[in-house]
Design a protein around this ligand. Structure first.
Ligand code: SF4
Length: 114
C-alpha cells in the first residue's frame, strides 16, 4: 500500500493506493483523485521546468518547460538534453527548444518571449 496526498485540488485528500488490489484507492473524494492516485503509483510523471542559455537578449537565461509530463525515471536524461542548448534572440513563448526529448514524444518549449 502507498500513501500520498492528492495534489489535484487544494483540498489535499490523503490517499491510500493498493497495487495488490488492482490499484484500489481509498480516501479520495472525487474521480479525479482516484485517477491521480492510480497514475501516481503506476507511472508518476512531472512537468519539467528549467532555463537555457540565450544570446542577444536582455537576460542570459531563457525559461523553458516540457509541454507534457515526463515519467519520473526519465527526468534526469531529459534534462540533460538542455545542456548544450543556446538560443539566439528573438524567441517567442511556445517556441520548441528540444523536440521529442529522449524519444519521450515530449518537447521543451520556451515560456517567455525574449
Ligand atoms: S481527491 Fe478530489 S477532492 Fe480530494 S484533493 Fe483530490 S481532486 Fe481534490
Amino acid at each position: 500500500m502507498t500513501e500520498l496526498i492528492c495534489t489535484v485540488c487544494p483540498r489535499g485528500c490523503h490517499l491510500k493506493v493498493y497495487p495488490e488490489e488492482n490499484y484500489r484507492v481509498e480516501g479520495h473524494q472525487c474521480a479525479r483523485g482516484e485517477k491521480y492516485g492510480q497514475e501516481e503509483v503506476k507511472n508518476p510523471c512531472r512537468i519539467i521546468t528549467s532555463t537555457v542559455c540565450i544570446e542577444g537578449a536582455e537576460h542570459p537565461r531563457c525559461p523553458v518547460k516540457t509541454n507534457a509530463p515526463v515519467p519520473k525515471q526519465m527526468i534526469f536524461n531529459v534534462v540533460k538534453t538542455l545542456n548544450n542548448v543556446c538560443l539566439r534572440s528573438p524567441v517567442k513563448a511556445g517556441d520548441i527548444v528540444v523536440e521529442n526529448a529522449c524519444g519521450t514524444g515530449v518537447d521543451f518549449i520556451t515560456t517567455r518571449s525574449m
